[in-house]
Every structure is written in structure tokens, then in C-alpha cells.
Design a binder for this molecule. Sequence first.
Ligand code: SAH
Ligand code: SF4
Length: 365
Amino acid sequence: MTVNLLGFNREALTEWLATWGEKPFRARQLMRWIHQEGVADFSRMTDLSRGARQELTRRAGVMVPELVSEQIARDGTRKWLLSLGGGNAIETVFIPEAQRGTLCISSQVGCALDCSFCSTGRQGFNRNLTTAEIVGQVWWANQALGANESNERVISNVVLMGMGEPLLNYEAVVNSLDILLDDQGYGLSRRRVTLSTSGIVPALDRLRERAPVALAVSLHAPDDELRDTLVPINRKYPLKELMAACQRYLERAPRDFITFEYVMLDGVNDSDAHAEALLRLVHGVPCKFNLIPFNPFPQSGYRCSVRHRIERFRDILMAAGLVVTVRKTRGDDIDAACGQLAGQVMDRSRRDQRRATVSQSEHLA
Ligand code: SAH
Ligand code: SF4
């Protein structure tokens, strides 16, 4: 089987090269060609000896997910549906802004966590992405955006906020982070890569030691009772443990802060009392808040909070001295907004079937 070099961080690439007698500096050369120049064809890697190029062609490849479709929203947001074979596809979204370009990448096909307001969760879960598939999204986007020919950095930030729970695909995700942060790879600073998690506490502790990138935590509720219903993983890692893990994470990165994400659900988690309870919950944790207007999808059963409610909620948090942003909804005309990413998931957890059975029995009762 041909080896996919997109899946190797520098250490793994160096080791692999050594198995056939190549020197460590080749790893640096190769990484620059692949990730910085966007070159997949070994014959174009001109500073490699002819013998090495032939040997690489024989043993390896740079294999990228295949494009199924591209959509461009009115605001310039682009969404790519990329096929992974076997009926699975994932979504990758590029969000251009005046001062930066953010790429939102996926880490799993679907998600097993089933948060009640998330369309990815509703699709069920099929499998983890490999490192090559995670990094392949960045490689692909650079290519599609013409970034390799440009002198400026087109993708300045990467967020792991697409499909899936990144910390439930820990190994592949941290290897991908290595490549994103490596000077010979994408050369992004730790603060320009954000991992968003629903709060897998033991994995947060490991990430802190391994690759402490910027952290976004999906909070969505100020107390366990409500969070249990919105983010079911809360039953396993309740808020007290999650807050302690956030504190520990920041010990490793003292000048940093946690971004708490909070989806605004009309009549569910958006009252003044909820905002006040939030202030008590996060007391002492250096943080910012990102309020996310709920993005509807069919049969979600939720509505987004009305605008003045979101503003009032924001004002209560701000009055206590917190930095709060309300996320602008981007790309919603092409379903590229948060929680709308659905891809194509061959659901192995048969969630749809289970749901159908439940609603049928409800109907009968
Ligand atoms: N699994 C990770 C990362 C992917 S979800 C996590 O949960 O953090 C990225 C963000 O989108 C999360 O904050 C998630 O709660 C939010 N989100 C999910 N569905 C949404 C929806 N329908 N509208 C708005 N935000 C949503
Ligand atoms: Fe999974 Fe995140 Fe969606 Fe929850 S919000 S189901 S953790 S992708």
C-alpha cells in the first residue's frame, strides 16, 4: 500500500525516511514542498536527487480528499464537500474577513455526541478522520484558494469547529496540530489554531501537555441540569470538572484565555437568570464569551433567541467585565454556518433508525 505523506508529522516522516536510509533533512525538504508549496508530484521537487524522487514515487504519495462540490455564499464564505470514499464526505469551510482568513475543518465523519441542537450530531457517527484527511483539508483549501501562488497568507487561522468532536479523535488530531504548527509545515502560531470541544476532560489534560493551542469550550448552559439535556456528554464530565480542567489548561498557557461558546436558544438558555448563573460559573477563569445565534435546520425543534434577548444577555456578561462577541452568521445561504455541517454520513450508530422508532412509539402512545 502506498504511504500518504500528508499524514506524517516531522517526527514520523523522519522515522519513515530512515527506514530506507534517507537523512532527517529530507523530512524538512519534503514538508516544505508538500505543505508550503502545495506540490504533490515528487518529480517537481527540484532540490531532491533524482534517485530520491524516483524512490518516493515508488513508495509514497500525497493523496488528498476528492472534491464533490463547492459552494460560494453571498458573503464570500466557501464550503467544500470532500469525499473520503466509501460514501463518506466531510465539509470544510473558508471564511474570509478583512484582517484574516479562517479555515474551519472537520475531525470526524459525523459525531457520536448527539448534542440536541446540532445537525452534525443528528447525522450520527461513522468514523474518525485520519491525520492525512484532517491535514488534507488545509492542503486542499490552499490549493483551491490559490494560496500557494500568493505571497500573502490566505489562511491565517484554522479552527477545528467543523464536523466531529476533535478530542474523541485525539491521536490523529494532535498529529495534525503538529503539522499545522511546524515551521516546515503550515507554520501557524499556537494562538491561531483553535480547537473547539464539548469538554472531554481527560483529553483536555493531555492536549495541554502535548499541543496547547487556543481552546474553545462549548458551554451552552450554566448548570448541569440544563447542560445534561443540551450536551449529553455533560453527564460524564459535569461542569465542575470541566471548569477545573479549563483552569488547568490555562496554567500551561498563562497569558491565554478560554473562549466559551454559547448557542442562543429561544426560551431555553437565554434568560437574565441564565446569564447571571454563567457569571458565577466562570468566576475566576480567564475567558471570553462567544454567543452563537442558533442556526436552524429541519426538525431541530429550536428557535434562535430574538435579537434584543441576545443583546441583553451580552450586556449582562459585559457589565461584569467579560469580553463578549456575538458571532456573525456566515455563509448561512449555503448551510455553512455552525452546526449546519452535515456532510454525508453513513451512520453506523443507526441513530436515524432509533429516532424513527422512538417517534413512532410516541405516536402510538
Ligand atoms: N464538537 C465540537 C466542535 C464542532 S461544533 C464542539 O461541540 O465544540 C462547533 C460549534 O458549533 C460548537 O460550539 C457547537 O456547539 C456549535 N453548534 C452546533 N450546532 C449549532 C447550531 N445549530 N447553531 C449554532 N451553533 C451550533
Ligand atoms: Fe458533536 Fe460538537 Fe455537534 Fe455536539 S455540537 S454533536 S460535540 S459536533
